[in-house]
Ligand binder design. Structure first.
Ligand code: GDP
Length: 445
């Protein structure tokens, strides 16, 4: 409702409007998202940007890297090279947490000098709890699927998301509320899973005892994180969000069913954090200079030859938890155009360019043909994707090492052509180029 002044202008309208516009404009949210099937090297760009951020957020579960345990806490407070961040880390509504792991990990890092994490780690009361039985159920479900298994990391993420959708999941708010109610819900949940999987063994009493202890330990860290984040933004703080996994593993836009259980494209950032899309200023798409994929499912540019093996070896393409070899192939611009549409990248961080250094010829997928016709979209059906024929452009390689290069001018001309082709097809500028595993091995443009 507007109150009219004598001059006919809305009393409330103009100042409110100004305030609304200025808070959206002032919001400094940068999001880092994987643009392919994961393992693009997001960690490095997040480390780089986190140095300049006041608050670092995670809004989905980072499946692959959560075990071995050290990684999750290292992500929160340290960069890949052990330098400590001074910022606050927020784990928000969309994050699923196995608290046993979190505490074991925090304690082991305390021994290495991690200080006052209790004040700096903020956990949303909306976050769902991944119980140990969820992990067991994940394994049992995969076993049941046999040859049709999805190749999950068996960390219990799928079953926890199922509970979330079935609305019988338990959240941090439940744990910190009435513990009798929490216990009842926990018992009911275990009983219903035991009906489905008689082999499921859960010592309910011992689990609840453990959770009662956890409740008190995490209580000081739990906040209503939507208010916390918006307040931080109103104060002009810079917020960095690391998306988990990658666009092709998104439950809606990825290569379903070979995907994770969450929205790991831009939408998941808004729903996980309670941030309106207008607050997101920068979306950095992390693109590996070639393509890799773990587990099953169609992979149009896959190389099943010596070049694929070379990329796998030079790129150390092994799954962190599973130690499975990652499948490798050429860069796929049709796939990237699709994820760029969904995520709206404002810039690209191109990683692992150095892995291509030794190749005399480099192919790059620039289009798809399906049933002998060129198509201008990325097929949603895995059977169509398995049938596509990739249209390639072949470029001469640069056959020299890029690892020591720190400026665009010093990159070999053929490497520059490769980068230009990517920019032209995606219509997004490349802002950083990774030329080695080390922190310093980056060309910033
Ligand atoms: P994430 O799953 O996307 O977070 O990937 P990580 O950040 O864990 O990166 C995977 C690996 O790639 C790490 O060992 C990084 O050091 C390595 N890496 C990242 N960028 C580059 C690069 O530009 N060149 C090389 N050779 N290795 C890189």
């Amino acid at each position: 409702m507007q109150v009219k002044q004598a001059n006919g202008e809305g009393v409330l309208a103009s100042p409110r409007k100004k305030q609304r516009v200025s808070s959206a404009n002032a919001a400094k949210v940068t999001v880092v998202l994987g643009a392919q099937w994961g393992d693009e090297g997001k960690g490095k760009v997040v480390d780089m940007l986190a140095m300049d951020a006041d608050v670092v957020c995670r809004c989905q579960f980072k499946e692959e890297k959560t075990l071995p345990l050290e990684n999750a806490v290292n992500w929160i407070f340290f960069d890949e090279w052990g330098r400590e961040f001074n910022n606050f880390a927020v784990r928000t509504g969309g994050v699923f947490q196995r608290y046993r792991c979190l505490f074991e990990e925090l304690e082991s890092n305390e021994a290495k000098g991690l200080k006052n994490w209790q004040e700096r780690l903020i956990i949303s009361d909306r976050a769902h709890i991944v119980f140990d039985f969820h992990q067991q159920v994940d394994g049992l479900q995969e076993l049941e699927k046999g040859t049709q298994s999805l190749g999950t990391t068996k960390k219990g993420i799928g079953p926890t998301y199922s509970c979330k959708a079935a609305r019988n999941g338990l959240r941090i708010g439940d744990l910190l509320g009435d513990f009798d109610k929490f216990s009842q819900k926990f018992d009911t949940l275990v009983t219903s899973y035991q009906k489905m999987f008689p082999a499921l063994q859960v010592d309910v009493k011992a689990e609840l005892h453990r959770y009662k202890e956890y409740a008190e330990r995490i209580r000081p860290m739990v906040k209503e994180t939507v208010q916390y984040l918006h307040q931080a933004l109103r104060e002009g703080k810079k917020v960095l969000v690391e998306g988990a996994n990658a666009a092709m593993l998104d439950i809606d836009f990825g290569t379903y069913p070979y995907v994770t259980s969450s929205n790991c494209s831009i939408g998941g950032v808004c729903t996980g954090l309670g941030l309106p899309p207008s607050y997101i200023r920068e979306v950095v798409g992390v693109v590996k200079a070639y393509t890799t994929r773990v587990g099953d499912g169609p992979f149009p540019t896959e190389l099943l030859d010596a070049t694929g093996e070379l990329l796998q070896k030079r790129g150390h393409e092994f799954g962190v938890t599973t130690n499975r070899k990652r499948r490798c192939g050429w860069l796929d611009l049709t796939l990237l155009k699709f994820t760029a549409m969904v995520n709206g990248y404002t810039s690209i961080c191109l990683t692992k360019l150095d892995i291509l250094d030794t190749l005399p010829k480099i192919q790059i997928g620039v289009g798809y043909r399906l049933n002998e016709k060129e198509i201008d979209y990325f097929p949603s059906s895995t059977s169509d994707l398995a049938k596509v024929e990739v249209v390639y452009e072949t470029l001469d390689g640069w056959e020299s090492t890029t690892e020591g290069v720190r400026s665009l001018e010093k990159l070999p001309p053929n490497a520059k052509k490769y980068i230009q082709l990517i920019e032209e097809h995606l219509n997004v500028p490349v802002k950083w180029i990774g030329v080695g595993a080390g922190r310093e091995s980056v060309i910033a443009l």
